[in-house]
Write a protein that binds this ligand. Sequence first.
Ligand code: HEC
Length: 170
Amino acid sequence: MRKGERNIFLGIALTIIALMFFNGVRQQQASTQDRTLPFYTTSTDQQNRQAMNVYRHYDCKSCHALWTVKDIMRTVPAPALDGIGSLRTRDWLYKYMTATKPQEILPSRLKAEFRMPSYATMPEEDMKTLVDYLASLKAQDWYLNDLRRSECRKLTGDSCDQFKVPAGKR
Ligand code: HEC
């Protein structure tokens, strides 16, 4: 083997070793992050069950995703409700859910039939159960920026790059 060839060979080998090393580091970082799921609720099991009954009864899942449950036929680009209690206060949620015109609080970019309907006529008890539950849906701090970005994308249809997290800064 000539000297030039040996250097090229050595260069390639070193590159491969370096790539394997960085890949290993990346995987290790990913697995420490995966140990905590991004979403949790502060509700008890019983509150959870009651609220999910209301949620099903009013068919929120025909437009929204929650706990990765969504209708296969769901085509409305409504924001997911996971972690919504980290983005909105209970007061805000109550006002929004009981508004006769929710779009006066949160403007919509969608056609009328896909917009958030008014639940102003929902019985107070169901409303309280539901709003308490929504407020209890939290996201881990390290996921907040991603959550804001995906909410912003759904609400505006923009790329919402202001919420982009630089790589390695999570
Ligand atoms: C017809 C589809 C549809 C149904 C049914 C529906 N929503 Fe919505 N919802 C939307 C859309 C779309 C938005 C975003 C605002 C808009 O475009 O009107 C929204 C917004 C919201 C928001 C505010 C989200 C944010 O990012 O701040 C909450 C909270 C919410 N909905 C909860 C519910 C709950 C709870 C139910 C069931 C009782 C429900 N929605 C039923 C379509 C729907």
